[in-house]
Design a protein around this ligand. Structure first.
Ligand SMILES: [Cu+2]
Length: 148
């Protein structure tokens, strides 16, 4: 009886682990070997349900060009999900929202805004925006974060 119960509990645990693993969302991240804040952004994604495929690149500017990141939107790392780019320190919830936006080629948090995920600095934060690039080549604001 005890053994049966233990087995049931164990298999329940095992099933839960499998279910969680199945729910992880794969994303590719391209970054420079020496980028510390890029690794912090990867940790941010991983703690928000993503499975990151990490690609260390010798030439990030050619990667950005290949993936269609407009120079005005550029930051450090460049991720790809469902064929769309995610440039810079974009919050994980915006990456999730992008998956439902078929009008956008990608989104970006241009530059390196202080206080964005992976750029935390003593709780201080710059105001910053997440910009979407439409299929027509226009920039649209998809999210705004206030300074604090
Ligand atoms: Cu960075």
């Amino acid at each position: 009886m005890k053994t049966t119960l233990r087995l049931t509990l164990l298999s329940a645990l095992f099933m839960t682990t499998l279910a969680q693993a199945a729910e992880l969302i794969p994303i590719d991240v391209h970054r420079d070997a020496n980028c510390g804040c890029c690794k912090k952004w990867i940790s941010h994604l991983e703690s928000n349900g993503f499975k990151v495929n990490d690609h260390v690149e010798a030439d990030m500017s050619s990667v950005k060009q290949r993936l269609g990141v407009a120079p005005r939107l550029a930051s450090c790392h460049t991720a790809v999900i469902d064929g769309k780019f995610v440039e810079g320190h974009v919050p994980a919830d915006q990456v999730l929202a992008l998956r439902k936006r078929d009008d956008l080629l990608g989104i970006a948090a241009p530059g390196m805004p202080m206080g964005s995920p992976g750029m935390e600095m003593d709780g201080m934060s710059d105001a910053y925006q997440v910009i979407g690039l439409t299929r027509e080549g226009k920039d649209v604001v998809v999210a705004q974060y206030p300074a604090h």
